[in-house]
Ligand binder design. Structure first.
Ligand code: BG6
Length: 499
């Protein structure tokens, strides 16, 4: 495995700890080398030392025997590389040949581009110029993993696809979206397609609307340079949220095989109806107090322009134009500096056609909701109405729930573990395909263009630690409808949240 950008955060915090977990689980092959490449000058030993520190700090928190760490470290190598310099790639090629000759790894190369996006195309071109995209034997393989962001609009994503496919075949390209590696996102597929009881309900006849939230408590942290030129729409919606939408909305594939699954997801991306711009609400967090502490507004964050128009919150309503979903609104929202960290999908079922108990007592009806909690307190909750014991017929909503933490082996693997393993095994089911990425951008582009050209479209301020601009609630069509304001715990009773 050859990691470009090996002196960066992603490699240290996510990739190498994930590779170590795979190693601990005996999931890596017997012979392999992890070769880090970066601008910084480091010896193999210095790189090993850094990576072991990262594993201790960012890896899974179970105890790690020193011997295991040392054994893993013997597989780590480093080479300084100027990613725009041809000579660097010649040196890389001879180093890889040497590793092959010494039988430390066998003609299978997985390239990982953990670099700034402007380097994706040049690196691919240099690899191609050295012939490194082609295995030297019939049994060998070459694959390339590309991190996000994949383009910043439809035109740049299409151009990047052209540049990558000029060197690598589509089947060799693995576009990462780490949400797809989350156990709970994969479980949406199992939930929908391994159970018979939900499918008959999974359509416009029984579902009133679908709501998806990806809330973060953190602010922009130390990523101002990237974030201020991206914003929440590009950073979260175009990729993670639309992938969840596609997983919820797709038709059952005929086979559980990469292209069959991705064909169905791409059809959803292509069926996203053009959004009306008044159905998109954008916001930016402003300074506030959270639990007694002053929290800076987005524009006061380090290296953010004091007049920045970048959105840190997006909420929108749209439709999917196909038979299953015709007329069912999808509501999605994401934001930084919201009250809690939570990602969940809420399926709101239609009410009963006749409210039998409405005039008997209490005037309440049941709210049937199915909540697929992606993180934290991962699990599933089904809400339904029951009769409150005693006189009359007062209906109360109760929840039936499953929490992953109840499982005996409850530690969920990190998304990167699953995705790296799948890429090593040549399984691209959980990776985005060129046509899917382009279709997602085609949906997002008109929003970006409207925001860039129409200054009358408001960017609402919202206090850090709140649920975003109140205008997001106006997206709902009927009075009494609103977003769910979930707690970090998945409970049937959200009237009190420990945030
Ligand atoms: C990344 C975004 O892709 O996903 C970040 O660039 C965001 O801005 C992160 O914080 C959220 O991931 P997770 O796994 O913490 O929900």
């Amino acid at each position: 495995m050859v990691i470009f950008g090996a002196s960066g955060d992603l490699t240290g915090r996510r990739l190498v700890p994930a590779l170590f977990s795979l190693y601990q689980g005996n999931l890596l092959p017997d012979q392999y080398v992890i070769l880090g490449l970066g601008r910084t000058s480091l010896t193999d030993d210095e790189f090993r030392h850094r990576m072991l520190e990262n594993i201790r700090q960012f890896g899974r928190k179970n105890s790690v025997p020193q011997k295991k760490l040392q054994q893993f470290a013997t597989h780590l190598r480093y080479q300084q590389l100027d990613s725009k310099n041809t000579d660097s790639y010649r040196i890389l090629k001879s180093r890889l040949k040497k590793i092959d000759r010494q039988k430390e790894a066998i003609d299978n190369y997985l390239f990982y581009l953990a670099t700034p996006p402007q380097l994706f195309a040049p690196i691919a071109a240099h690899l191609g110029a050295q012939g490194l995209q082609q295995p030297s034997s019939d049994s060998g393989w070459r694959r390339i993993i590309v991190e996000k962001p994949f383009g910043r609009d439809h035109a740049s994503a299409t151009e990047l696809n052209v540049q990558l496919t000029a060197v690598f075949a589509e089947s060799q390209i693995y576009r990462i979206d780490h949400y797809l590696g989350k156990e709970t996102v994969q479980n949406i597929l199992a939930f929908r397609f391994a159970n018979g009881i939900f499918e008959p309900l999974w359509n416009r006849n029984y579902i009133h609307h679908v709501e998806i939230t990806a809330a973060e408590q953190i602010g922009v942290e130390d990523r101002s340079g990237y974030y201020d030129s991206a914003g929440a729409l590009r950073d979260m919606v175009q990729n993670h949220l639309l992938e969840i939408v596609a997983t919820i909305a797709m038709e059952p594939p005929v086979l559980f095989e990469p292209n069959a699954v991705r064909n169905e997801k791409v059809k959803i991306m292509q069926a996203l109806a053009p959004v009306q711009i008044e159905n998109v609400i954008r916001g930016q967090y402003i300074a506030s107090m959270i639990r007694g502490e002053n929290v800076a507004g987005y524009r006061q964050e380090k290296d953010i322009h004091p007049d920045s128009q970048t959105e840190t919150f997006v909420a929108m309503k749209f439709q999917i134009d196909n038979w299953r979903w015709g007329g069912v609104p999808f509501y999605i929202r994401t934001g930084k500096r919201l009250p809690t960290r939570v990602t969940e999908v809420v399926i709101h079922f239609r009410e009963t056609p006749h409210h039998l108990f409405k005039y008997v007592s209490g005037g309440t009806t049941a709210e049937n909701q199915l909540i697929l909690r992606i993180q934290p307190d991962e699990g599933i909750l089904l809400k339904f109405g029951m009769k409150v014991p005693g006189a009359g017929y007062t209906i109360k909503n109760v929840g039936m729930d499953f929490h992953y933490s109840d499982l005996a082996n409850s530690e969920l693997p990190e998304a990167y573990e699953r995705l790296l393993l799948d890429a090593l095994n040549g399984d691209s089911t959980l990776f985005a395909r060129a046509d899917g990425v382009e279709a997602a951008w085609r949906f997002i582009d008109p929003i970006l263009q409207a925001w860039a050209s129409d200054r009358s479209i408001k960017l609402y301020g919202y206090p850090a630690g709140s649920w975003g601009p109140k205008e997001a609630s106006l997206l709902f069509e009927q009075s009494g409808e609103d977003w769910r304001y979930p707690c970090s715990n998945l409970t049937g009773d959200d009237s009190y949240c420990e945030l």
